[in-house]
Design a protein around this ligand. Structure first.
Ligand code: 8YV
Length: 329
């Protein structure tokens, strides 16, 4: 007799790679909207053994996971998983997987694009051409150049290292801050962010989001970065104290910022929209068709491995494999 197909709850958009990849092996269950949910938790919750989390808007925390007493694995889309309480999951025998590696080089490419756009004002110059202003006057020379700058990355994980390799190839000195020195990297490590902010001209934020890094980039760090300093944020809006950043930009405490992420996406504060000297991207880090499909496929492959009784391909550190226990109170 064929084994019964497990119920997998899909949270987020029904993207083709995910739906096609999972439908063959599982009963794919869509998560209903608002009012329907209580009924869903009661009726379907007890049968759900796995989740495919393809959207970061839903908070997958302890109280939420508790509604699914047979839950064994959460396969989450994206390398960042701050929307999932992985520590709670790990303590309750639930495995969490993410989609690292397949997006590393893409996000590093985007980081370089955002850095160059911000330092050399390329979006502003492009707007200048479209506005028909070039025939009257050349676009002004950019105030900043990458040629005399040192970049300090906040975080030196896989993506941080891919960014650092690109910067090294462009002859830009790189240093970094992280809680612990990263193994096998040749760049100078700063145990204290404030010391690095004093020494560099660009802060490139590429550290995971979540409680540990909330508002890490605060008013003091921005003041220390100083009036020629540029902030690039490629990680999560939560890592930067957004009101403090807005004030620092308004007061010219720093020169400018390039932001791919915001505190309340897709909302971008009106103050930032009104500033011509900042560059704003709509969370583009990994956003190409090919890379997003690789991320979708890895989400699927983690669940297929679990269904086949194999170790997950990319478990997060908080939920080592095999899980400690399965019992939940
Ligand atoms: C996604 C990301 O856009 O992988 C990440 O952590 O930030 C992006 O690739 C994000 O997961 C939201 O869908």
């Amino acid at each position: 007799m064929a084994a019964e197909k497990a119920d997998v709850l899909l949270i987020g958009p029904p993207k083709p790679v995910i739906v096609n990849g999972l439908s063959r092996a599982f009963n794919l269950v869509n998560f209903p909207d608002g009012k329907e949910r209580e009924k869903f938790f009661d009726e379907r919750g007890p049968r759900v053994r796995a989740m495919a989390v393809a959207a970061t808007e839903e908070r997958v925390d302890g109280p939420f996971m508790t509604r699914f007493p047979r839950l064994e694995i959460i396969s989450s889309f994206g390398v960042g998983y701050d929307h999932v309480d992985a520590a709670w999951a790990g303590a309750h025998g639930i495995t969490v997987t993410n989609t690292p590696d397949v997006l590393t080089e893409e996000v590093a490419d985007t980081a370089m694009g955002l850095l160059l756009c911000t330092v050399r004002e390329f979006p502003q110059a492009e707007r200048y051409v479209r506005a028909g202003k070039w025939p009257q006057k050349n676009y002004p020379l950019s105030k900043a150049t990458l040629r005399d700058r040192t970049v300090g990355t906040v975080g030196m994980g896989r993506i941080g290292q891919a960014i650092a390799r690109r910067l090294a190839a462009m002859q830009v000195p790189v240093v970094y801050h992280s809680r612990r020195p990263a193994a096998g990297v040749p760049y100078r490590h700063y145990p204290k962010l404030i010391d690095m902010a004093r020494d560099v001209d660009v802060l490139m934020v590429i550290t995971p989001g979540g409680a540990e890094t909330k508002n890490l980039i605060n008013a003091e760090v921005l003041k220390t970065l100083g009036p020629t300093g540029i902030l690039i944020n490629m990680s999560r809006g939560s890592v930067v104290d957004e009101p403090a950043l807005i004030k620092a930009l308004q007061d010219k405490t720093i020169l400018s910022a390039g932001l791919d992420v915001f505190a309340r996406e897709p909302e971008v504060p009106a103050e930032l929209l009104a500033m011509d000297h900042v560059v704003l991207f709509p969370h583009l880090g990994s956003a190409s068709v090919a890379t997003r499909e690789r991320m979708d496929q890895l989400l699927v492959d983690n669940l297929l491995a679990w269904a086949a009784g194999k170790p997950p391909l990319t478990p997060v550190p908080e939920t080592p494999w095999p899980p400690k226990q399965h019992k939940r109170s």
